[in-house]
Structures are given as C-alpha cells and as structure tokens.
Design a protein around this ligand. Sequence first.
Ligand code: CA2
Length: 145
Amino acid sequence: MKILVINGPNLNMLGIREPQIYGSYTLEDIENELFEYAKSLDGSIELEFFQSNFEGEIVDKIQNALNKFDGIIINPAAYTHTSVAIADAIASVNIKTVEVHLSNIFLREEFRHNSFIAPKCIGQVAGFSKDGYKMALFGLYGALK
Ligand code: CA2
C-alpha cells in the first residue's frame, strides 16, 4: 500500500518559527514518527513525503499520484482555505485522501473555518498536533485495506 504525504506552505518552518502556535518539533520529526508508526501498523505500507510552498507543484504532485499511490494524506496549510485548484486535483485523481491540521482550525479565525479540500476527502483530523498524521494514516489504512 503506497501513501503520499503532502505538506503545504510554511510547514517546512515547523520547529524553527512560532513554536508557541505550532510546537517545537520539525517537519522531519513528523515524517520520522509517521514512518515508524506505518511500520508498526503494517510492514507493507510505503510512505513518500512531499512538501512545497507552491500551489502548482502540489497540484502536479497530486496529478502524478494517479496509478502510483493508493492514498493521500495532506496538510494543505493556508491553501486549505483558498485553493480550488488543489481541491479539483484531488477530485480528478479519485485517490482516497485525508486532510490533516496540526491546530483545531475551528477554534481559530473565521477564515480558517472553511476548507475547500475537506469535501474531496474521506475524512479530516484537526487539533491533535503531530499525532494527527498518525490518526490520518490509521483511518486511511482502515479505509484502504
Ligand atoms: O493547523 C494546521 O496544520 C494549518 O494547516 C497550519 C497552516 C494554517 O494556515 C492553517 O490554517 C492550519 C499554517 C502553517 C504555517 O506553519 C508554520 C510553521 C512554523 C512557523 C510558521 C508557520
């Protein structure tokens, strides 16, 4: 089972800036933890990680996932609230996708309450910090196996 894990803009800054909001762990910490968790869940899970600050690159990556990946975990970051293009890309490949957020977007500013991505996903996890990625993988694995 091949799962693509996509992180959107500024998440490469985790652990470097604003630790009071997003924690002191880095994106690499999240990826390493998820890699170990995947192994413990099922040794046949393969993960690929991708981070980009560019909307078009994320669209390209999703399009290229067609016939290569069984599932997608995505934290679209700020593009969650703006990107019809990423939402359309997910719908076009028809790959089961789970949206993740470190923070509970519904406890934050009004503009973060809407997600263009969520209606194209089988589920959403928000508010559980880096554990949310493991929760997303658990749910996606259950939906795919
Ligand atoms: O809670 C989440 O995971 C978000 O996707 C994070 C986005 C935010 O725009 C979404 O509303 C919710 C922001 C990611 C910015 O990450 C940074 C990390 C370190 C320092 C500065 C920004």
